[in-house]
Structure formats: structure tokens, C-alpha cells
Design a protein around this ligand. Sequence first.
Ligand SMILES: C[S@@+](CC[C@H](N)C(=O)[O-])C[C@H]1O[C@@H](n2cnc3c(N)ncnc32)[C@H](O)[C@@H]1O
Length: 400
Amino acid sequence: MENNQITQAVRERYAKAVTTGEAMCCPSGYDFDELRTFIPDEVLQVSYGCGTPVGLTTVQPGETVLDIGSGGGIDCFEASRRVGPTGRVIGIDMTDEMLALARAQAPTVAKNLGYPQPNVEFRKGYADAMPVEDESVDLIISNCVINLAPDKLAVFREMYRVLRPGGRFTVSDIVADQPVPKYLIHDPVKWGDCLSGSLPIGDYWQGLRTAGFRGVHQVNAVPWRVIDGIHFFSITVAGYKCSSDSSPMEDAAHLSRYATLVGPFSQVVAEDGHQFVRGVPTAIDSRTAVLFQRECYRRHFLLTEDPCALSPDDPQWSAILPEPGPCLWKGDFAVFTGPFFEAMDDDDHVFRSGEPVEICSKTRNVLSHEGYRDGFLIFNRAGDRASVTEASCNSNGQCC
Ligand SMILES: C[S@@+](CC[C@H](N)C(=O)[O-])C[C@H]1O[C@@H](n2cnc3c(N)ncnc32)[C@H](O)[C@@H]1O
């Protein structure tokens, strides 16, 4: 299928769904009772997302939020409540029927929220050529849309263009553990089902970084489906457009000239290629200092004005070691989804961003620990139940 045929098939699918209200995609995790207090049922019935717009919990009153592929408007209306009457929300969608529904309900939502007029505007447009001014948006959200766009790299570039320096995105989408083969890509129904258009997770992360984003990391992940051995996940990913502007966060960062990795990783390679070794203070530039103020980094680093070394007996030092016992291979794999290019654990396993690594039962337990949990996607590829034997994990013949 050519790109325009894909787009046409997707548009027809969602135009039809406005009237049928058919169930599609995955559980999103909304509190519908809560949303029903201000959003009409007509909108809630066509909620076709694959996650919750968790980024909205970071929204400040007065901010501008952009929702790519706004559909019936569910996330725009929630954003409308959070930004308050002084904020602004823009929803973009390519399907006239979805836009008509969302526009028709905007006055009701504004009235329910006690606003003098709607602060939400729905614009017709494509995710890869958005009708939005440069550097005009504080937060981009999107819920199960980017996989439907034929040219995802163009969408990522557009996101970078419209976001103001210092802005952020949180998008929920479907990704795969490996490239989706052509016989699925050219299946229009599975494309419309938010499956065939899914990128492998490593390509998704790399595409966002190539567009210019930093701090690209997983916020949440839920297994969705397995088709012909391909694992699909609903994932929520966040990241930032760096800034050198002055703001309270940047002012605090100016005092940070050194970063010391506290763990649980023993070493990491940051997205700019700099290596950090646990306990060793490393000089950082002001741009990195601003970026490392973000929550996804703060738990990994100690940021100081002067060099601060840590030793293993320091209470801030964090290490997660496997329990004693044999290694069992059960078909488990881990994909690193944290905000670094590369990370190493205490058994010298090297995890590269987005690359599946086969792990033994002990490493699986280690990665399930709270300190690691949000940075990995873990799944099992064993078709039948693996006949498990004890083995060594390390080249020295030892178990990890
Ligand atoms: C799965 S629905 C999700 C709708 C909404 N985000 C939600 O959570 O209910 C996908 C929506 O994205 C729109 N869409 C798909 N591809 C698009 C594209 N390339 N550009 C703009 N909108 C697109 C569709 O028209 C549809 O309304």
C-alpha cells in the first residue's frame, strides 16, 4: 500500500467508528466516572486511545497543550480542565467526522467547567504536517495515533518544531519488539487496528532522538497482543526539547557542575555520548545540568556544585544484586527503555536502548526491582513452555 492508501483506509475506519462507537484497541485506564462529570457520553463512547495521558498530570494552569490525533476530544477536554480558563488546548485530526463530534461538544464541556467560552480548538490537519505555529506549545500529548501515520519520522520532526524550547511530550502508542513484516504492513485492517504501523521500540526511541528530543524514556508499558510471534505493547513515552532559557529549573541547574551516578546501574552512556560510572563525579555542561533536573534523571544522579565521589558504603549508593542460586533460561527478554543510550547492571550485562536482550530468571528478578522497573520492557518469547535447565550466564562459567 502507498502512504496515501494507508491514510485513506485509516480515515475511513475512524469516520465509520464515530457512528458505530465500535470497541477498538486496548484498555486505556481512564476513570470514566470522573470524566463523565464534565465530558458528554458521545465523546467517551469514541475513546480509542491505548493509554492514559499521564503527561497531563504535569500540566500547569495557563499552558498550551497540543493533542495529535484528538479523535472525539477526550484528552483535549481533560487538558482543558487542567490548563484552566487561561490555558489553551489545540486538537489536530484528519477525519472530518471526528472533528465535527469534538467541535460540537466543546461548548458543553466549557459550560460544565464554568468557563465563559471553550479554551479548546479543533483543527483539521495531518500529524506529519501540523497546522501549528513554530515553538508555540508547552506540552504535546497523543493517544494511539502515531502508529497510524505512514511517516513517523516526519511526525517526530513536526513535534520538535512546534514545541517551545524547554517543552515536553508524553505520548501513548503501540510499539513492537521487532520489525513488523510486510505481509502485516500491507494489511489495511491490522493497520487500522493500530498494529501494522507499529515501529520496533528501538526505532521509536531513535526517531525521537534524531528529531532532537532528549530524555526519551518509558513512563508506562502494557503488553497488548502477540501476532505470529511479534509482541505488541501499549507504551507511554516522554521526552524533552532542551532549552537554555532562564526559569526556576534552569536557575537551580546552574549550580550543578558535576553529576555522580548513584545507581542502580554501574555505568551509563548518556544520549550525548558521555559516560558516567557509579560513584565517580563527572563534569557536566549547563545544558546537561538543566536536563538532569528532570525526574527521569534525578533518581539516578547526585548533582553538585563541587565534585562529590561516592563509595559503596555511602547510603546514597544504590546497587541491586541477584539472589544466590542457579540461572534458569525461560525465554525472557528485556528491552532497555530508560533515558540513556546504554546502561550496565552489576553483572556486567550491557543493555542498549531499544535492543532486546535475553535474560535469565535471576536477571529478570533484578530488573523487576523498583530501581529498574520503569526502565525496562520485559516479555517472554518462548512459544511453548521452555524446558528449563540450569546454566551459567557469564563467560567465566559462573552464574550472575
Ligand atoms: C485510535 S484513534 C485515537 C483518538 C483519540 N486520541 C483518543 O484517544 O480517543 C486515532 C485518531 O487519529 C486520527 N489520525 C490517524 N492518523 C492521523 C494522521 N496521520 N494525522 C492526523 N490524524 C490522524 C484518526 O482520525 C483518529 O481520530
